[in-house]
Design a binder for this molecule. Sequence first.
Ligand SMILES: Nc1ncnc2c1ncn2[C@@H]1O[C@H](COP(=O)(O)OP(=O)(O)OP(=O)(O)O)[C@@H](O)[C@H]1O
Ligand SMILES: [Mg+2]
Length: 270
Amino acid sequence: MTTSSHMIELRDVTHAYRTKAGPLPVLDRLSIQIPENSFCAVVGPSGCGKSTLTRLVSGLMRPDQGEVWLHSKLVTSPRPTVGMAFQNPVLLEWRSILENVLLPMEIVKSPMSKAEATERAHQLLDLVGLTGFADKRPSELSGGMRQRASLCRSIIHKPDVLILDEPFGALDAFTREDLWCTMHDLREAEPFTCLLITHDLRESVFLADQVVVMSGRPAHAQHVMNVDLSGKRTLEDLYSKNAVDMLAILRHQIQVAQGRTVDTPAEARA
Ligand SMILES: Nc1ncnc2c1ncn2[C@@H]1O[C@H](COP(=O)(O)OP(=O)(O)OP(=O)(O)O)[C@@H](O)[C@H]1O
Ligand SMILES: [Mg+2]
């Protein structure tokens, strides 16, 4: 068993759920490599095992076979160095936005003092456009604003790795695009390694350095695409020929994963 030089690595991960009807094979020799400070988006058909993958990387579950490595350590239990955000930002209504953002500091050991963490929380809230909302309750914010607060909460403790499971899925198209730009701002301010699960191919191309298309269940990495959009990305880049070509290949790969076509065009094999 050799250690991993990547921030996140899944090596031949195979997993089945035990159900009343018998074992349900979900992952079949899934391998993914994510370098430090890079952004990996994972797309694939509904039910192929994407959320299962996040549980394995965060250590909430162990695979039947194969290895999950995080920061050169084999993952065998939940890891505090991981930040997470989901489709529905679960914010506690009896706490202010600031207190919600600070929640991980009560759970995770951190060298930050309370005053430092509070200052950092205010800085993050400013960065995501929530200046002046620190003392509000979650119900006083829109869905997009709640998701912004949830992103701040997921990185308040400076995790090595951020795992996002469809965090923008419930938002309208314009708010979603706003939040994509917020993600770029957050990464620019403070590099981190990110694993994003999404159904939105444009989102994957806009945000990621690498897009992994998972096959149908039991899933393996069917296709890996490096996104080479140079410089600071803007939403307009999504209309460039390069981006449109990448989206076409991803679209095709999803159809292959869904079993709708087996034909692979030449450019998708490149
Ligand atoms: N705890 C569990 N026990 C049994 N089966 C499960 C469990 N969790 C998930 N499954 C099954 O495993 C398969 C993969 O589920 P998972 O949630 O990982 O898919 P997904 O790719 O995230 O789907 P979606 O895109 O719809 O969110 C599904 O068929 C699901 O029904
Ligand atoms: Mg899921």
